[in-house]
Design a protein around this ligand. Structure first.
Ligand code: WT7
Length: 678
């Protein structure tokens, strides 16, 4: 084990920027005057002394068929069960219950990417009709019932939330795969979740082009079949109902246009199924340390209560607000904070089909002006891009944000200040929300009317979320220690995922083993949740997140496992070894750099590099495309043969490679450095 120190790999945290502590920004009196949460007593009410009963406050934001009797059941620790005994339906809470007061109010504003196409406004009544008809189709035509899994691979149109809510109505577990992922990635998720039905779309607009999406479904079905999972129905939503927008043909007896089949279910109403609070609502796959993505299983009652509460208190959503979160619904942000949270609160939620800068840098601000958006939510990568292409654009448009969110990666104070001063005109309150696919909703954030903003800092733990930073030995690093460590959460919370689909052991070992005090304990206090991020806690209790400590990298706010990229590269038969390291990028935050060594006797060439890059796009999707494929004569290795990613990371980032004398082949370091840094 003398090698232990040598094999430390480059993590995001190691290359993270260590910004200084910034000064506070106070929310405006105007914001505070209208805010949902202005009672600072909330922190006391949600203190550890009042845990877990404090979360009744969240549960009571929902309508229950049967009220729960046990708030937190720890008998299967660390698989926590919330609101046990309760019966609830997510579709009912997001749709039906709003009809009495809001049926004629817009639930979804759909903005097509092409500016000449009109925005579609779907009222709650219309949403109710669409969700019911789709639920009837899923039940009758597909034979789906509570507990079945169905894979969705849909782009950003209202068909996606309609499909999700139709599943939720039946208790069918939806597993939406980000539309930008490849057919192969979709197949892996179909297989892992055991889906017999795939719901996809023929095409969608991106960057002004009508993309053929249907071809990915064909790949997904074929690849799933190879792995032993048969898909027996593919439902295809058409971008233009009744019109063909893709060259990929339909497969007789397998593929069906959803909008055609729906005609048989005109006006059908499906009673929402009264689901146990702890029944799974959906799976969301995310990357981890191994090449195999993890299906994070989220429950119904706990998850919905948590995203509703946080949407209300942190995003400050009122029913009369027009709320635009620019994320993709294919990621957890979209599930929690485009669909479930905002709709549970009867807000109008905006769905934009395309890219933020299409056809020009003013597009976002025109959408904001046209729809009178007053709450805006996006990621640092988009903020950096918008700032770069049009730093003065926002001033040209007439909109007024009261509130803005940033999520997904650390935001540089300089970028934060542009967001605040230029996009928000110094009037909008900003929240920097730190959380994860696994956590369902926010972990750290300021409550906007209660706590001052601090650029570059996510803020304190949310009410009822009690973060703690441990060092490698498990010692607590107190606030103001000035040292980074592993940020964990001391306690369970209702939004937390229930398990990894089909892999409880991986769930326990990845998230709970590291700092567990007693593996047989049924007491939640013995099971701190390991987030996998490094962080520092300032004296004021605000947390600054530095980045991942594991083999996960965060590209444009999207999580990718380095192992996934490496195994995709190894699909190319010339490749002998592959290593991925994170590189700093001024828009994406982080970009993957790929190092490969070829099999003996094979000469490197641009063609091979291009082939490897393409393999990654085919296997995973375009978001994983490496900055550059470096074909190296040999990987820097320890004497025991481990690839030294730390050294490669330092070379890619033009940093200090440190001592390389312990390597088996120190001479390659210089060679690679010359190649990369020329
Ligand atoms: C990882 C989770 C949460 C939805 C989007 C990403 C990083 C997330 C922040 C933030 C600094 C952040 C962390 C985390 N991250 N939010 N506000 N500041 N870093 O979800 O794909 O599951 O990724 O994103 O590293 O662990 P995800």
């Amino acid at each position: 084990m003398a090698e232990k120190k040598e094999v430390v790999e480059t993590s995001e945290a190691q290359i993270a920027v260590h910004w200084g502590e910034e000064a506070y920004y106070e929310p405006s009196a105007e914001f505070i005057a209208q805010a949902n949460m202005t009672d600072s007593g909330i922190y006391e009410r949600f203190s550890l002394d009042n845990f877990p009963n404090c979360f009744k406050e969240y549960a009571d934001l929902l309508d229950w068929y049967e009220y729960w009797d046990t708030i937190l059941d720890t008998s299967d620790a660390p698989c926590w069960k919330w609101f046990v005994g309760g019966k609830v339906n997510a579709s009912y809470n997001c749709v039906d219950r709003h009809l009495a007061k809001h049926k004629n109010k817009t639930a979804i504003h759909f903005v097509p990417e092409l500016e000449e196409e009109k925005t579609e406004h779907v009222t709650f009544q219309e949403l109710y009709v669409r969700v019911n008809e789709m639920a009837a189709l899923l039940q009758d035509f597909c034979g789906l019932k509570a507990g079945d899994r169905v894979t969705l691979h849909l782009p950003m149109t209202p068909d996606l939330p309609v499909t999700m809510l139709a599943c939720a109505r039946l208790g069918v577990i939806h597993s939406q795969v980000f539309g930008g992922f490849s057919g192969k990635s979709c197949a892996d998720r179909i297989v892992d979740s055991g889906s017999n039905v795939l719901i996809t779309a023929d095409s969608y607009y991106r960057g002004g082009k009508l993309i053929d999406h249907k071809e990915k479904a064909d790949t997904a079905v074929a690849e799933a079949k190879k792995a032993g999972q048969t898909v027996d129905k593919v439902l295809v939503w058409q971008r233009y109902p009744g019109k063909n927008s893709t060259p990929t043909p339909m497969v007789e007896g397998l593929d069906y246009f959803t909008n055609d089949v729906l005609k048989n279910y005109y006006g059908k109403i499906v009673e929402p199924v009264r689901m146990p609070a702890e029944a799974p609502l959906f799976l969301m796959y995310t990357s981890g340390t191994t090449g195999k993505p993890k299906g994070c299983q989220h429950g119904t009652g706990g998850y919905l209560a948590y995203v509703t509460g946080t949407s209300k208190f942190v995003q400050d959503i009122h029913p009369e607000d027009v709320y635009w979160c620019m994320a993709d619904i294919g990621w957890i942000t979209g599930h929690s904070y485009i669909v479930y949270g905002p709709l549970a609160l009867a807000a109008s939620t905006v769905i934009y089909e395309g890219i933020p800068t299409y056809p020009d840098a003013g597009r976002c601000w025109r959408i904001a002006q046209d729809l009178d958006v007053n709450i805006f939510h996006t990621a640092p990568t988009a903020i950096r891009a918008l700032r770069k292409v049009g730093p003065d654009e926002p001033a040209k448009y007439n909109y007024k944000f009261k509130h803005m969110t940033t999520v997904g990666e650390p935001i540089e104070p300089e970028v934060w200040k542009w967001y605040y001063n230029v996009v928000g005109r110094g009037e909008a309150a900003i929240v920097d929300t730190w959380w994860q696919t696994e956590t369902g909703g926010f972990l750290c954030s300021t409550i906007p009317a209660l706590k001052a903003m601090k650029p570059g800092s996510a803020g304190p733990g949310m009410p009822g979320i009690h973060p703690v930073i441990y060092d490698d030995e498990g010692k607590e690093l107190p606030a103001g220690a000035g040292k980074a460590g592993n940020i964990c959460i001391r306690n369970p919370w209702p939004g937390g995922f229930q398990t990894i689909w089909g892999d409880r052991d991986r769930f326990v070992s990845t998230y709970y083993e590291r700092y567990c005090r007693d593996k047989n304990s049924k007491n939640w206090e013995d099971w701190p949740y390991l987030t996998g991020d490094a962080a520092v806690e300032a004296e004021d209790g605000y947390f600054r997140i530095l980045g991942r400590i594991d083999d996960v990298i965060n590209v444009s706010g999207h999580r990718l496992g380095t192992k996934e990229l490496e195994s995709a590269a190894l699909v190319v038969q010339e490749v002998a070894e592959a290593a991925v390291v994170p590189v700093k990028h001024d828009i994406k935050g982080i970009e993957p750099d790929l190092y490969v060594a070829l099999k003996p006797g094979i000469e490197g060439s641009d063609e091979i590099a291009a082939k490897i890059s393409k393999a990654i796009v085919d296997e995973i999707g375009a978001i994983a495309r490496p900055r550059k494929v470096w074909i190296v004569p040999d990987m820097p290795k320890t004497r025991s043969g481990k690839i030294m990613r730390r050294v490669l990371g330092a070379i890619s980032n033009k940093g200090d490679v440190g001592d390389t004398m312990t390597l088996a082949n120190p001479e390659v370091v210089e060679e690679i450095t010359k190649m990369v840094q020329n």
